[in-house]
Ligand binder design. Structure first.
Ligand SMILES: Nc1ncnc2c1ncn2[C@@H]1O[C@H](COP(=O)(O)OP(=O)(O)O)[C@@H](O)[C@H]1O
Ligand SMILES: [Mg+2]
Length: 341
């Protein structure tokens, strides 16, 4: 962390008396693609604004490429920022939108042409250089915004929910595009999203935020398979999340023992719906709801442990609503939560 390319140290960010981010410590390596993931209001945008220099920290420091930039003004930081609303200049062509920041830096002539040309090429918009933003699709406009930032050769590129205005298909396309541009250019990128699927698909590392702090930092695999807390487990789709006390599950009807021994170190256990064994086991429930999900069928059970979500192969015989079913929560199929709550 001490030699991180971008380093946030004990960063506290506030709007007047409202503390939005508290004592945030985060180190990001050069060339890394990091996702900030968390629910609305957890402090993602606030953190980005501070890195970009648009918000002065109440306390703490920001380091970039060996320099302390905490007090460096936004336009001298070499940090690019792409927002959800692309804010392109409507009266300028694609070419001039991309050239805008370079012209402000008195770059002109062949140098300008080469950099704008490379920028447009990297996002596949060479043929659209002469168009106005209104003559482009949402995805193309997003690419212009990306190229406009990239040509400035930022040390860090910040993207704040850049895909949330796009429809599902375009979002997938742009996701791949972002990943490609990032890998090709090697630019250090921080990507904000409240969509866990997007974060898992894109990032080298994910920072899960909650209430202005960090819940967990890890690779997509770590976050997906080994959530550290009940919040992260819930956020990445575990659905069946229990606190553990004296080796027993905490349920609405009191402590419940499992068939296997729960690990001593765990504060909670969590099962994905597909880790629940349906049709046999020590527990019993009643089918309250069922939904077909293509390859699988999902069941919602009313049980003494509370509601349980299970998912089984759609090829298996369906269970009717109201039918009684045995089920099990195998310890081996659970994620061990280090923290609960
Ligand atoms: N301009 C502002 N003035 C006061 N409070 C703000 C302002 N912007 C954001 N906040 C508050 O700071 C917290 C974090 O907001 P934000 O960083 O925008 O969250 P996120 O981007 O994760 O949705 C929220 O509680 C929000 O209400
Ligand atoms: Mg935000």
């Amino acid at each position: 962390m001490s030699d991180a390319y971008l380093k946030l140290a004990k960063l506290t960010l506030a709007y007047g008396d409202t503390v939005a981010v508290k004592d945030l410590d985060l180190g990001i390596g050069k060339g890394e693609l990091v996702a900030l993931l968390g629910p609305s209001g957890c402090g993602k945008t606030t953190t980005m604004r501070a890195i970009a220099g648009l918000l002065t920290p109440a306390s703490g420091r920001i380091g970039l490429d060996g320099a302390d930039i905490t007090r460096v003004s936004a336009n001298k930081r070499a940090v690019g920022l792409v927002f959800q609303s692309y804010a392109l200049f409507p009266h300028l062509t694609v070419y001039e939108n991309v050239a805008f920041g370079l012209r402000l830096k008195s770059i002109s002539g062949a140098d300008l042409e080469a950099r704008v040309g490379a920028g447009l090429k990297s996002v596949g918009l060479t043929a659209f250089a002469g168009r106005k933003p209104a003559e482009l699709s949402g995805g193309q406009q997003q690419r212009v915004a990306l190229a406009r930032s990239m040509v400035m050769e930022p040390k860090v590129l910040l993207l704040d929910e850049p895909l949330s205005n796009l429809d599902a298909r375009l979002r997938l396309e742009m996701r791949a595009e972002l990943q490609r541009v990032q890998k090709e250019t090697g630019v250090t990128m921080i990507f904000v999203t409240h969509d866990q699927v997007e974060a898992l698909a894109l990032a080298d590392r994910i920072v899960v935020m909650l209430n202005g702090g960090i819940e967990q930092i890890g690779t997509p695999e770590e976050i997906y398979n080994n959530p550290a807390s009940a919040f992260v487990a819930d956020f990445v789709g575990f659905e069946n999340v229990f606190a553990l006390k004296d080796g027993k599950l905490t349920t609405p009807n009191g402590p419940v023992a499992l068939s296997g021994a729960a690990p001593d170190s765990a504060a909670g256990l969590a099962w994905r719906p597909r880790a629940v064994i349906l049709g046999s086991g020590q527990f019993h429930g009643t089918v309250r709801g069922t939904s077909f999900a293509g390859n699988t069928r999902e069941y919602l059970l009313d049980t003494p442990l509370g509601p349980i979500k299970a998912e089984i192969d759609a090829g298996l015989p369906p269970h009717d609503i109201g039918s009684a079913l045995a089920f099990d929560l195998p310890v081996a199929g659970a994620a061990n939560l280090k923290r609960f709550g």
